[in-house]
Design a protein around this ligand. Structure first.
Ligand code: ATP
Ligand code: MG
Length: 233
């Protein structure tokens, strides 16, 4: 099995080929799943509850191991969870962003510079001394994204990052991620059930029963899903 970023094509950031995964004693979750995400683009992953979206992201970051297939993903990878309270671990904003840099053994002034740069990228430098408990849900998600930017992540995987946000904050976050992808040359794969978010992406995948059954232009997928009310996203 091939994993990691070795010999990935230069135009791609994520390559998944014929990936299959099942839980022990369970039914298959992913069955010959294949998708490519071009480098520097913002793609979304749609599908009904239980179709395997979160499982695919967990496989991509190595939290689960597939039974067969190949995966290649550019490193480092950042992961943003649905609930930021499961992700932010330090008492203040700046400490949390710095926490992700521990393994890099940087000098203190380099850490400060990375944290400032990352918080500036998500427009939250003013809040660097604020306790995490005193942030809104949208601000917490932006701190999680700043953590990935501070680590110089090439790829962002976001699993329903707007599920707990109100509609205005939701669209602010998706617009900000689009801007970050385009201004910093990142690649993002964003799981969602919310069709209005499709307006911000370059392309989307539709997952059904562990396989990609459609992919491509977001507007066409949006129309397909709106005309198929039995596909309850
Ligand atoms: N730890 C686990 N052990 C066994 N089965 C699991 C486990 N986690 C998830 N599953 C099953 O794997 C399948 C795919 O789950 P997954 O979480 O990937 O779906 P999803 O597309 O992310 O759904 P949702 O839209 O509800 O988040 C489901 O049938 C789920 O019940
Ligand atoms: Mg999920």
């Amino acid at each position: 099995m091939k994993t990691g970023a070795t010999d990935i094509k230069p135009e791609l950031a994520i390559r998944v080929q014929d990936l299959s995964f099942k839980w022990p004693h369970g039914t298959p979750v992913l069955q010959s799943c294949s998708l490519d995400v071009p480098k520097g683009e913002f793609w979304m992953l749609l599908g009904t509850n239980g179709s395997g979206k979160s499982t695919l992201l967990r496989l991509l970051v190595g939290l689960l191991q597939p039974q067969s297939g190949e995966m290649q993903i550019r490193q480092p990878v950042g992961f943003v969870f649905q609930n930021p309270d499961h992700q932010l671990v330090m008492p203040t904003v700046a400490a949390d962003v710095a926490f992700g840099l521990v393994e890099e053994k940087l000098a203190p002034d380099q850490i400060i510079a990375r944290v400032r740069e990352a918080l500036t990228a998500v427009n939250l430098l003013d809040l660097q001394r604020r306790p995490i408990y005193a942030l809104s849900g949208g601000q917490k998600q932006r701190i999680a994204i700043a953590g990935a930017i501070a680590r110089r992540c090439e790829v962002l995987l976001l699993d329903e990052p707007t599920a707990l946000l109100d509609p205005d904050t939701q669209l602010d976050l998706v617009a900000q991620v689009r801007n970050l992808v385009k201004s910093r040359g990142l690649t993002a794969l964003w799981v969602t059930h919310r069709l209005d978010e499709l307006n911000y992406c370059d392309g989307a995948f539709l997952l059904e029963q562990g396989q990609v059954v459609d992919r491509g232009e977001p507007e066409r997928l949006k129309q397909r899903l709106m005309q198929a009310p039995n596909i309850a996203l």
